[in-house]
Design a protein around this ligand. Sequence first.
Ligand SMILES: Cc1cc2nc3c(=O)[nH]c(=O)nc-3n(C[C@H](O)[C@H](O)[C@H](O)COP(=O)(O)OP(=O)(O)OC[C@H]3O[C@@H](n4cnc5c(N)ncnc54)[C@H](O)[C@@H]3O)c2cc1C
Length: 385
Amino acid sequence: MRSVDVAVIGAGLAGASLACALRASELSVALVEGREPEAPPAQWDARVYAVSPGAAAFLDETGVWPRLDRARMTPVHRMEIFGDDGGHLEFSAYACGVCELAWIVESGLMHRELWESAKRQANLTLLCPAEPEQLVVDAQGVRLRLAGGQEVAARVAVGADGANSWVRRQAGIGARTFDYGEMGVVANLACERAHGNTAFQWFRGDGVLAFLPLPGNRVSIVWSTLEAHAGELLALDPALFCAAVREASGARLGELEIVTAPQAFPLRLMRVEHPIAPRLALLGDAAHCIHPLSGHGINLGFGDAASLAGVLAAAAPADPGEAAVLRRYERARAEPVLAFQALTDALHRLFHARAAPLVLLRNLGLNLTGALPVVRNVLARQAMR
Ligand SMILES: Cc1cc2nc3c(=O)[nH]c(=O)nc-3n(C[C@H](O)[C@H](O)[C@H](O)COP(=O)(O)OP(=O)(O)OC[C@H]3O[C@@H](n4cnc5c(N)ncnc54)[C@H](O)[C@@H]3O)c2cc1C
């Protein structure tokens, strides 16, 4: 049996970043992943994230950020948000006193670099492909049995295995899921006009459309919309798909052309009863899912990883799986996770309301926020954490 201090199950962006953040700690780590990562797409990855300055600083500390290919990353200098009845709000990095509001980075690019970094890490054992079959918890630690009979003993297990977390189910931690009945349609498009390092977002009657700037005259779009409409969009031929996006965005960036074919993902809100249990912690999508309209899902996952790595490393050489250590993590993450879940859910409800007073209120709200630079900049700073 292999014995380590920390067993991380799931090497997505959240789990792999936690493992890498423990590089300089006194802890030994096993990273257990079900499948080998796919080779990064030669073309542009359809899944692209707006990485907040806070998350970028965390990845910088892990040593991964400086290794990312700058030619494939785009700083966001401005953001423009449009309501469905004349509302308009603008943020700029300059007004907020920062170099950029966020970085747009491909998921595959970050994942590949975290994976390569984990492979080089002296205090880390990578077990992949590995299928966990049983998790037994007692007062001293956890025992994880993998398919094929291999066993890993650890003082604490971390479930970073995504929204349908096996670890969460094994630990008996309940989760409440609200299905928005929507899909996020993502695609990369070439555009006629320069985006000027601006991210755009349109709150529309049929959902929320976002343009994230990519290098050159390209954007990544996320159109969160009802399942039936998403199905219709996916069934369109490329020219008609581009025409639909162009129309929905008021032709802001002119003619559009497909670079990466559209794909769709289901959207849901998921809250867990507790992100910790005896000798166990959850992070990333295993601990929470939010609507992508705030573009903050993975930033919350990186925030979890930064916080958990901090409390586990600080506990060493004492037992990192002690309840008091894990409670520190739970306390640190309670406020940011709840705040983003509540904010994105409230925005989603507000912009799906049909009642005339609410339509007026949401557009007035955008204009008022835009007219009050202090409020606007406070909001921007919250989003950059
Ligand atoms: C349309 C869309 C757009 C989005 N846009 C953004 C955005 O702009 N910005 C943003 O921050 N977020 C965005 N998100 C959210 C983001 O994709 C997720 O928050 C993020 O991928 C979660 O990462 P994770 O590592 O927690 O989980 P995952 O990416 O799900 O990784 C889980 C890992 O665990 C492994 N695994 C699963 N089960 C097991 C098991 N039993 N044993 C071993 N390994 C296992 C999986 O193979 C995988 O590698 C978006 C999501 C959607 C749907």
